[in-house]
Design a binder for this molecule. Structure first.
Ligand code: GLA
Length: 388
């Protein structure tokens, strides 16, 4: 009897503890595994107009680390284990805020309101024309001159199921970058117990408006700045793609990848067919139609680096994925540790709706209506090919 009372009492303590942890969204969770899961934050400088920027560090129970800053809700570092148990930072970026402020090709960024291209920087919605910045002349790219990647977001640290997380919020005012409607955005990064960097998106609007958010990390599974990614093996769960014109805007067709250099339905080194894909500069920069399109969280891609054994799995609820091999990287960006980023030094896998959907009635709509919720989840999971 006494035993039972003791057990009940300790259960109560645990329940109270958990309630406290959950209710207060404490920064520290109960120790679970080798490391104590935690979220910390530190000042990371300020923007040109004097806004303070904070850098959040998430560490999960396995010791994996992600760093995300309030400028652009942008992932600056992601430390994952290789097959020998060595941690390495697998995303391109800079050591300080300065590098990001000077301009860069969307390293680690949350891009939107509409990721990718909107042809000729304009669209019609309910009989009205909206003109946008032609920042990828003549097209609009990744939300315009000052998209979501260049805004300072509000951040709140939290724990989700024993995993460290940070929730970013930003309200994009009506008319910002030419888009209609006040858009309330929430982007939550969680470093899960399964070593996944999970990104949950939520948006609501007060006027009909296009929304297509994505994440723009450049991965190099051998470590940022360690050379090119052409030896990485990629598999895409996509047997179709949206062919594009020479300015990378989809033609509106949906075509099978079979028999083309775009076919990654079986694992293949990224560099194998790269020289024959064409493009100027040469390389992959196109949208794939994911096989799974029912809105459930499904595997979209797997990438393995044979050298280090690191494996990246991408899961998403979205219907398309842009695969980009860093073709425009040209050595103008000196990144972390003074490493210069050259062409093909990173690859992006950006889950999203198809580019230019707002001007392509055949493609699934990206218009968010008042009263609706834009919701999506993407997980970048880092494991290794080590035999356990
Ligand atoms: C995207 C585009 C690329 C390029 C990069 C940024 O992934 O598809 O063409 O513009 O962003 O440099």
């Amino acid at each position: 009897m006494q035993n039972l009372t003791q057990q009940l009492a300790s259960c109560l303590v645990v329940v109270v503890l958990l309630a406290f942890v959950g209710g207060c969204e404490s920064w520290d969770a109960v120790r679970d595994g080798e490391f104590k899961p935690m979220v910390t934050s530190e000042p990371f400088g300020q923007t040109e107009d004097g806004q303070a920027v904070e850098l959040y560090t998430l560490r999960n129970k396995h010791g994996m680390v992600a760093k995300i800053m309030t400028y652009g809700a942008l992932l600056t570092e992601l430390h994952a284990y290789d097959r020998d148990g060595k941690l390495g930072d697998v995303v391109l970026g800079f050591d300080s805020l300065d590098g990001y402020l000077k301009g860069h090709p969307y390293f680690g960024a949350t891009t939107g309101r509409v990721a990718n291209r909107i042809a000729n920087a304009k669209f019609m919605l309910n009989g009205q024309e909206f003109k946008l910045a032609a920042n990828n002349d003549p097209h609009h790219l990744h939300g315009g001159d000052k998209g979501l990647d260049k805004r300072v977001w509000k951040a709140e640290p939290l724990m989700r199921d024993g995993a460290p997380a940070v929730r970013f919020k930003y309200t994009s005012p009506d008319g910002e970058e030419g888009y209609p409607g006040t858009l309330d955005l929430t982007v939550t990064y969680t470093l899960t117990n399964e070593n996944g960097l999970q990104i949950d998106y939520l948006a609501t609007t007060d006027k009909p408006t296009p929304v297509n958010l994505t994440h723009h990390s450049y991965f190099n599974l051998a470590g940022a700045g360690s050379g090119d990614i052409l030896g990485h093996e990629l598999q895409l769960m996509a047997s179709r793609y949206t062919p594009g014109d020479e300015t990378l805007v989809p033609t509106g067709q949906i075509a099978p990848v079979a028999g083309t250099p775009f076919d990654f339905t079986e694992p293949k080194p990224i560099g194998k067919d790269l020289k024959i894909v064409g493009g100027d500069p040469i390389g992959y920069d196109l949208n794939y139609v994911l096989n799974s399109s029912n809105g459930s969280l499904s595997k979209a891609a797997v990438v393995r680096d044979p050298k280090t054994g690191r494996v990246l799995e991408v899961f998403t609820t979205d219907i398309g994925i842009q695969f980009y091999t860093g073709n425009f990287l040209d050595g103008t960006n000196t990144g972390k540790g003074g490493k210069v980023y050259e062409q093909y030094h990173g690859f992006c896998l950006e889950p999203q709706h198809f580019p230019n959907s707002i001007n392509t009635p055949k493609f699934p709509s990206v218009v968010l209506e008042p009263g609706e919720q834009y919701r999506k989840t993407t997980v970048y999971r880092l494991t290794t090919d080590a035999v356990k």
